[in-house]
Write a protein that binds this ligand. Structure first.
Ligand SMILES: [Zn+2]
Length: 307
C-alpha cells in the first residue's frame, strides 16, 4: 500500500490548466523552462508531502489491522467461524470426581477399575456406564452445544453430520436430551420422587418407581457426553420415518441404539428407540453385525485380548 501511495505522488502532479497528467511522460514545456533553483525549492515540499502521505497510510493500515483483529477475536469467541447449520459452543472441560482416585487424562477411561470391579477398555468411546458400573473417576466432558442441548466435543462432528444428512434425505432429527451432569441427574431423580410422593406414595415406594425409568446419579450414560435422546422420548418414535432412517444409517456416524427389546435382560433397561450412543463407526458396525449390546461387545473384545 505504501508503494501505491508513492506511485500516486510520483505519477500525478498539478499542472496549471487544472488537468492532471502522468509525470513520467515527457516533461511539459513549463517544467523544462523552470530554473534549477525552482526545482530544488520544490523538492523538500514534495518530500514532506510524500512523508506525510506515507505516515497517513501507515496509520490507516495500523487502524485497519487493529479493527480486523478485534473482529476476528470477537467472531472466534462467539463461535461464529463454524460453517455448520448448528453452532457448537465449546465450554471448558468438566471433570467428574467423586473420590480420591487420580483424575485420568482428558476423558480417557484409562482402564480404571472401580467399586464394581469392572475394568474399562482403553478406548474412551467404549466406556461402559450402567446400573452396576458407574462413570469412571476423572471423566471429562467438553460440552458442545447443538441448540440447547450439548454433547462432548469429540462426538459433535459426527452427530451434526448425521443430523444434516438426515435433513437432506427429508428426515428431521432433533436432540431432546444430551449431556447430563451427575448433579442434573440428581435433580431429575428427586423431582420424580417428589412427584410420586405427591400422588400419595411413601418415599421408598416413590424412589423405587422413579429408579425404574431414571438412572441413579453417576450411573446414567448421559454423563459420558456420548449420548443423545432423539426427537420424542416415546415408544411411538419407533413407528416414525426418522427411526427407520436411523436404523439404517446411525452406524455410519458411529451411533447405535443402546437399549433394545431383545437385550433387556443384559442392559436392565427397557427398549429405548430414542437413545443413541456414540461408540465410533467401526465399533457401531461391528456391534450391529454381531447383534451385541455394549455390555456384550465390551466382553467380546476382552475375550479377544483387547484391553
Ligand atoms: Zn437417554
Amino acid at each position: 500500500m505504501i508503494i501505491v501511495t508513492e506511485n500516486r505522488t510520483r505519477e500525478y502532479r498539478d499542472i496549471p490548466n487544472g488537468k492532471r497528467r502522468k509525470a513520467n511522460r515527457r516533461p511539459s514545456e513549463r517544467t523544462v523552462g523552470r530554473t534549477s533553483q525552482e526545482n530544488v525549492s520544490r523538492r523538500p515540499k514534495q518530500q514532506q508531502k510524500r512523508i506525510k502521505e506515507t505516515l497517513a497510510a501507515v496509520v490507516v493500515i495500523i487502524a485497519v489491522l487493529v479493527c480486523m483483529s478485534a473482529v476476528i477475536i470477537s467472531l472466534y469467541f462467539a463461535g461464529g467461524y463454524e460453517d455448520e447449520p448448528v453452532q457448537p459452543t465449546a465450554g471448558t472441560p468438566i471433570r467428574m470426581e467423586s473420590g480420591a482416585q487420580q483424575a485420568t487424562e482428558a476423558g480417557q477411561a484409562q482402564a480404571a477399575s472401580n467399586d464394581s470391579g469392572f475394568k474399562q477398555l482403553s478406548d474412551p468411546f467404549l466406556v461402559l456406564v450402567n446400573d452396576e458400573v458407574p462413570l469412571p473417576e476423572g471423566w471429562e466432558v467438553t460440552p458442545s452445544f447443538i441448540g440447547e442441548e450439548s454433547v462432548d466435543i469429540r462426538v459433535y462432528d459426527q452427530l451434526s453430520s448425521m443430523i444434516r444428512d438426515a435433513q437432506e434425505d427429508g428426515v428431521s432429527i432433533w436432540i431432546c436430551s444430551g449431556y447430563r451432569s451427575v448433579e442434573e441427574q440428581e435433580i431429575i431423580l428427586n423431582r420424580d420422587i417428589e412427584l410420586h410422593m405427591s400422588e400419595g406414595m411413601s418415599e421408598e415406594e416413590a424412589r423405587e418407581l422413579a429408579l425404574r425409568t431414571i438412572a441413579r446419579p453417576g450411573h446414567s450414560e448421559h454423563h459420558t457426553g456420548f449420548v443423545v435422546d432423539l426427537n420424542d422420548v416415546d415408544n411411538a418414535f419407533e413407528e416414525t420415518e426418522t427411526y427407520r432412517w436411523l436404523s439404517e444409517h446411525a452406524e455410519d456416524y458411529g451411533f447405535v441404539q443402546r437399549y433394545r427389546s431383545d437385550k433387556v435382560d443384559i442392559t436392565g433397561i427397557d427398549n429405548e428407540s430414542w437413545h443413541y450412543r456414540y461408540v465410533g463407526v467401526e465399533n457401531a458396525k461391528k456391534m450391529n453385525e454381531l447383534n451385541m449390546c455394549l455390555e456384550e461387545y465390551v466382553q467380546y473384545l476382552k475375550d479377544q485380548g483387547i484391553a
